[in-house]
Design a protein around this ligand. Sequence first.
Ligand SMILES: [Cu+2]
Length: 173
Amino acid sequence: MYPGKQSQKTGRFFFALVFGALLFLPCSSSTASENGPLSTSDIASSPKVINIVLSEWSVVPDRTSIQAGQISFSVRNKGPVDRHEFVVFKTDLAPDALPSDSEGVDERGIGLTLIGEIEGISVGAAPQTVSFELTPGNYVLLCNIWDANEKESHYHEGMRVQFTVTQSGAGIS
Ligand SMILES: [Cu+2]
């Protein structure tokens, strides 16, 4: 009885050893690649920041094109007086030719895709940041505030600018 039990135990031990090794091998190789150096997809997905300065009457980005991907806009308002907002549209229309009336751009107008916005940025406030996953194409960045007291559309006063998102890997970054 004793020798029989012993060989059964030994058999189980070897089975556990082989089975454990099979489990461990694929496991350890996937862990190695996860902890390995950054792949190109990791680098492409790291956020890129565009700094935007709003003022009466302009929207000024520190660059006018960037590769597609996760893009952050860091926006501040230099005034000197008015509150502004920051709106991103994807559109093939020219910045000064968006669907609009005297009060500003029709944000649901034909040819416009609203990507997102930051509303009500005060003069001199800390920069506010918003991030979007942007695909290649033409964009317009603008302020769409309508000042009813002064009968002033910030868009019509000139707060709009062209922005381009290029294919990732297209050379310009
Ligand atoms: Cu404005």
